[in-house]
Design a protein around this ligand. Structure first.
Ligand code: RIB
Length: 295
């Protein structure tokens, strides 16, 4: 390994996924089919994406219940080569997510945080060997803020995927080096007024990356503004595509890849993730990403 390790601190959920012709409207019942469970959770998905992208050791801090749901989550992270620091929470269930995926591959997700809600500021492991810390918002906000502040003070690069959308305390934003959001999350953080570029300018973070779905992504960085079109694929399931983007982007930056190439790799990986069912099950390896980039 050539780079300092990447630490992902965040959530792990068992995803209960049903495919249906469409996502039900409020008050509506639709008949689903193909029920399956998959390892998921934004934190664990991003850790698997980092590990499959290679280039740096990937570690993860997570919390699980002492139950059967925890087992496939541990197995998936271990199979990907993620080194784990697990807090086992007694009498609290492992996190779960209830997901409907439509025939167009779009999803609607409800998360029951369970053990994920029990992570605390003091659970952060020593940062001596860590170069990058990757965070999301499925863990308690006070813990996420404390982790970001500790890492920033230690000279670790802090990447925050501000998902699910939530307003953020200014002290958290001040500790973030790279903020990754989709358009909805950008609007929550920067307000709806003006163009995307104007929204990006309002955020007091050195680098902001906004993912735009089928329109690709855009980054405002200290090295300049970069646009990356989306790779065209046949979409099966978009669940975990954003997490794949974040994990692969973090791995590329840990390899000291420049922004345009890091965005290309992340966009290609996210597109490939959309061609397969399941969150972690759909995350491509580095070899698959490089093959897609060579096409
Ligand atoms: O981003 C996708 C993930 O969101 C799913 O795996 C689900 O567990 C929720 O955390």
């Amino acid at each position: 390994m050539t780079s300092a390790a990447i630490l992902v601190a965040g959530s792990a959920n068992l995803d209960f996924v049903v495919r249906a012709a469409r996502i039900p409207a409020p008050g509506e019942t639709v008949l689903g089919r193909d029920f399956k469970t998959f390892p998921g959770g934004k934190g664990a998905n991003q850790a698997v994406a980092c590990a499959r992208a290679g280039g740096a050791d990937t570690r993860m801090l997570l919390a699980l219940g002492r139950d059967l749901q925890a087992e496939p989550l541990l197995a998936s992270l271990r199979a990907a080569g993620v080194q784990l620091q697990v807090r086992t929470i007694e009498n609290v269930a492992t996190g779960t997510a209830f997901i409907t995926v439509s025939d167009e591959g779009e999803n609607a997700i409800t998360v029951v945080s369970g053990a994920n809600a029990c992570l605390r500021a003091q659970d952060l492991p020593p940062l001596d060997e860590i170069g990058h810390l990757l965070l999301q918002l499925e863990s308690p906000l006070d813990a996420v803020t404390a982790w970001a502040l500790a890492a920033h003070a230690a000279g670790v690069q802090v990447l925050l995927n501000a998902a699910p959308a939530s307003p953020l305390p200014p002290e958290l934003l001040a500790a973030v080096d790279v903020l990754i959001v989709n358009e909805g999350e950008l609007t929550v953080l920067a307000g709806a007024q003006g163009s995307i570029d104007e929204q990006l300018q309002r955020l007091p973070v050195p680098t902001v990356v906004v993912t735009l779905g089928a329109r690709g992504c855009l980054a405002r960085t200290p090295q300049g503004r970069f646009e990356q079109p989306a790779f065209k694929v046949s979409v099966v399931d978009t669940t975990g595509a954003g997490d794949t983007f974040c994990g692969v982007l973090a791995a590329a930056r840990a390899r000291q890849t420049d922004w345009p190439q890091a965005l290309r790799e992340a966009a290609a990986a996210a597109a490939l993730a959309c061609t397969r069912p399941g969150a972690q099950a759909g995350i491509p390896t580095r070899a698959e990403v490089l093959m897609r980039l060579a096409c």
